[in-house]
Write a protein that binds this ligand. Structure first.
Ligand code: FES
Length: 189
């Protein structure tokens, strides 16, 4: 993996808090998914598909929140999740790295960044490293296009990245270290 670099002016970050200990999709994103799908007939599968797209699996806590927001019993959600092989209830890696390939991020170079991360981690998008430390995936618009190109690590959003500073962010998250102060200031711009 690349050495840490000075990303003072380029990285806008949401601070990592706990890492990979209680991974869940943020509540506002769960509500967005629920609002998008709850009025559509037979939409539970699509909502779960959307939910899994955020982290590569369906965390129990997020499934409960989704159920409450959509008015669907948790038992019904688990019935669906366990019926279809596509859905995963376990994290596919300790660090789930999602690279947004939506239009705004694509224009700002997310394809190159994804390819760079594939080289660094020696896996392709959709795969996990053999030790299941990292899982890399390409996702659609994460709803924060102003920060394009965007990467999330275990659901936390990091923006305006390239391959090198994406690697740096991953290293910091892995070490459970916050970003440097200048980067925090960048968030507040
Ligand atoms: S296109 Fe990447 S966050 Fe919207």
């Amino acid at each position: 993996m690349s050495e840490p670099i000075d990303v003072t002016t380029t990285v806008k970050v949401a601070m990592p808090t706990t890492v990979a200990k209680a991974v869940a999709v943020p509540m506002d994103e769960v509500l967005q998914i629920a609002n998008k799908w709850k009025k559509k007939r037979g939409s539970l599968i699509m909502a779960l598909h959307d939910l899994q797209g955020r982290l590569g699996f369906v965390p129990r806590e997020s499934a409960m929140r989704l159920g409450r927001a959509m008015g669907v019993p948790l038992a019904r959600i688990y019935e669906v999740v366990t019926f279809y092989n596509y859905f995963k209830l376990e994290a596919p890696g300790k660090y789930i790295i999602s690279v947004c390939t939506g239009t705004a991020c694509h224009i700002k170079g997310s394809k190159n960044m994804l390819e760079g991360l594939e080289r660094e981690l020696k896996i392709h998008a959709g795969e996990s490293t053999p030790d299941r430390e990292y899982h890399l995936q390409a996702v659609r618009c994460l709803g924060c296009c102003g920060l394009a190109p965007v990467v999330t690590v275990n659901g936390k959003v990091y923006g305006k990245l390239d391959t090198m500073n994406a690697c740096y962010v991953i290293e910091r998250v892995q070490q459970d270290k916050p970003m440097i102060a200048a980067q925090e200031e960048a968030v507040a711009e």
